[in-house]
Design a binder for this molecule. Structure first.
Ligand SMILES: N[C@@H](CCC(=O)N[C@@H](CS)C(=O)NCC(=O)O)C(=O)O
Length: 210
């Protein structure tokens, strides 16, 4: 059984969403997001830089949410939610999967880290990060101008990963999205698996409180 170590609102959301979309069984282990817990030797043994998430399966322990997502697809997806390597869309599948975390989530993460470390926050730094994230939304708007999903007519895990990051963009930068991206985000988050992932996230929060 996959175990997903998750703190509410954080990046395991994309892995949980993929599991829900694929109907792959998993268990959530709620993680206290407090910095002092993440600095403990117990947690550092799971994630050596003290971040979340972590995923395990049997003896296997891994971190990095997009790698976790890919593991679930390759081991448990049965070919769903991703093109094969000889498919014409394969290169762009990889591109958008990496873009979701390495380029789009990065400035958003910097805003979170900056706000945690600098009080008061430095407005110029936050504005620069918001503008970098907005450039990513512009790229996505162009990419989905003529298609329902990033790869064309077929939903893939890249869409779930990007739309997880888009949640952060809407929370941290602006709810307002350009027209194509808005229609795309609404389409992908209309999946019943999205509601189940939102519920799993809320249940994790309740477990940590209770
Ligand atoms: N690239 C990593 C990023 C992990 C990450 O930054 N996680 C955030 C929560 S979503 C975190 O633990 N932040 C705490 C910190 O950086 O101190 C991934 O995708 O798993």
């Amino acid at each position: 059984m996959l175990k997903i170590y998750h703190s509410p609102g954080t990046r395991a959301f994309r892995v949980i969403w993929v599991c829900e979309e694929l109907s792959v069984p998993y268990e959530i282990v709620p993680v206290n997001f407090a910095a002092d817990y993440r600095a403990t030797p117990e947690w550092r043994a799971m994630n050596p830089v003290g971040k979340v998430p972590v995923m395990t399966e049997g003896e296997m322990v891994m971190f990095e949410s997009c790698a976790m997502m890919q593991y679930v697809l390759d081991r448990h997806g049965g070919g769903r939610l991703q093109p094969t390597t000889d498919d014409a869309t394969y290169a762009h599948y990889l591109q958008w999967c990496w873009f979701a975390e390495a380029t789009f989530a990065r400035p958003l993460g910097e805003i979170v880290n900056h706000r945690r470390e600098f009080k008061p926050e430095l407005d110029d730094v936050v504005a620069e990060m918001k503008s970098r994230a907005t450039a990513c939304v512009g790229a996505l708007d162009a990419a989905v101008a003529d298609r329902p999903y990033l790869l064309g007519g077929t939903l893939s895990a890249a869409d779930l990963s990007i739309c997880y990051t888009m949640r952060g963009y809407r929370r941290m930068v602006t709810e307002e999205l350009p027209a194509n991206v808005k229609a795309y985000f609404d389409r992908v988050t209309a999946l019943p698996s999205y509601e189940r992932a939102v519920q799993a996230d809320a249940d994790t929060a309740a477990r940590l409180k209770g």
